[in-house]
Design a protein around this ligand. Structure first.
Ligand SMILES: Cc1cc2nc3c(=O)[nH]c(=O)nc-3n(C[C@H](O)[C@H](O)[C@H](O)COP(=O)(O)OP(=O)(O)OC[C@H]3O[C@@H](n4cnc5c(N)ncnc54)[C@H](O)[C@@H]3O)c2cc1C
Length: 358
């Protein structure tokens, strides 16, 4: 817009940062992404080696039209619903299945999602540079970080956002009840087209096929959760991976809960996990992050950064309320009753899944 000043500097080239950059280009804004793990492609553009991250890799149905709007259609495995399962001490299974009424979801390897977003960003002329933001300055008309000056800065630098801390938007979170996630992939044929979630007394194990005969298993639980021990204790999963070749290294992330006092200050806006995160228990991070990216760029395009706060609250409300409620139940003595209750009330379970799937 202003001839010699970049419109948007995006900090972080994960899925939400790249989606933000694509949104900006679709609005005709100039944009540069700064990402420490970036290695430039042959043409120096946004291609380069794909960024991996610990993730359950289940895209809920609402994420696919949001990606399609951006011109992104990542390859993966069609997911048609969610199945909650638990085993009692005698190995008897309780389960409840809900098939999405709102369309298909998709299991997508993070590297495949990164490739698809990076390729689309490159085709739209997004500039990605290697670098890590560790300081920023803003005045009435611009923000400067990593030696780049722009009219606006959108921080998509993840769960442990540096920008959130630098701008004083971070709200400390109690250490009690902190939860983490660990994932690994195996070469195995999918057993179902549902996202299976096994509830044990200490972990939730998510099984998500991602295509090409690869299945991801993500475990969520308390600090120090032992992936292999938990896997061995869940008989159907132990059988699934018996003799299967691992297709990735163990990778973890957390603590999940990250909070913010507000989502913008001056010309800096927070999106994705950087803007605050509840938990991976509902598999919602990407869908919610895409909605935040759209809202942030909409506000920037209208020169109304302050309007982002309202849009952020509106677009994240269901995720915050339902995810926090489920985490509270999972951390309480009610934990053992979650799958039996969902199984006894399949319509309620289905309604909650549909709400999150939108
Ligand atoms: C175990 C687990 C399971 C999950 N399962 C699911 C699921 O099934 N479905 C789903 O939708 N979501 C899931 N999530 C959540 C999802 O992974 C996140 O919500 C999503 O990755 C958020 O994307 P993001 O771009 O905001 O952050 P990230 O993906 O974390 O990307 C942040 C980027 O910022 C960069 N960066 C960091 N610091 C700086 C800096 N100082 N300067 C510049 N760049 C920086 C990083 O290198 C990184 O590339 C899961 C998460 C976990 C941990």
């Amino acid at each position: 817009m202003t001839a010699d000043l970049l419109d948007v500097l995006v900090v972080g080239g994960g899925p939400v940062g790249l989606a933000t950059a694509i949104e900006a280009r679709l609005r005709g804004l100039t944009v540069t992404v700064v990402e420490p793990r970036h290695s430039a492609g042959a043409d120096g553009g946004a291609a380069g080696s794909a960024i991996d991250k610990a993730c359950g890799e289940g895209l809920m149905p609402g994420a696919l039209p949001a990606l399609a709007r951006l011109g992104v259609d990542p390859p993966g495995f069609a997911l048609r619903g969610v199945s909650y399962r638990s085993l009692n001490s005698r190995g008897v299974e309780t389960r409840v299945d809900h098939r999405f009424a709102s369309g298909e979801g998709r299991g997508v390897r993070r590297t495949a999602l990164h490739d698809a977003l990076a390729e689309r960003a490159r085709s739209l002329g997004v500039d990605v540079v290697g670098g890590k933001v560790d300081a920023l300055e803003q005045d009435a008309t611009s923000v400067t970080a990593a030696g780049i000056r722009a009219r606006y800065l959108v921080a998509a630098d993840g769960l442990h956002s540096t920008v959130r801390r630098l701008t004083g938007l971070e709200r400390p979170v109690a250490a009690r009840g902190r939860r983490y996630g660990v994932r690994r992939h195996f070469r195995a044929d999918p057993q179902t087209d549902l996202i299976e979630v096994y509830w044990t007394p200490t972990v939730e194990a998510y099984v998500t096929p991602v295509g090409d005969g690869v299945v991801g298993i993500a475990m969520l639980g308390r600090k120090g959760l032992d992936f292999d021990a938990a896997l061995a204790g869940i008989r159907p999963l132990a059988a699934l991976v018996a003799g299967a070749e691992p297709a990735s290294e163990l990778r973890g992330a957390g603590p999940f809960r990250q909070s913010t006092t507000r989502r913008s200050v001056g010309r800096v806006l927070l999106v994705g996990d950087a803007s605050g995160y509840v938990d991976a228990i509902t598999g919602e991070g990407i869908r919610v992050g895409l909605a935040q990216a759209e809202a942030a760029i909409d506000c920037i395009a209208r020169d109304d950064p302050a309007g982002y706060e309202r849009a952020w609250k509106q677009r994240t409300r269901d995720f915050r309320v339902l995810t926090a409620g489920l985490v509270a139940a999972a951390n309480s003595p009610l934990r053992a009753a979650i799958v039996p209750a969902a199984s006894a009330l399949p319509r309620v379970f289905g309604a909650v899944v549909e709400r999150l799937a939108r």
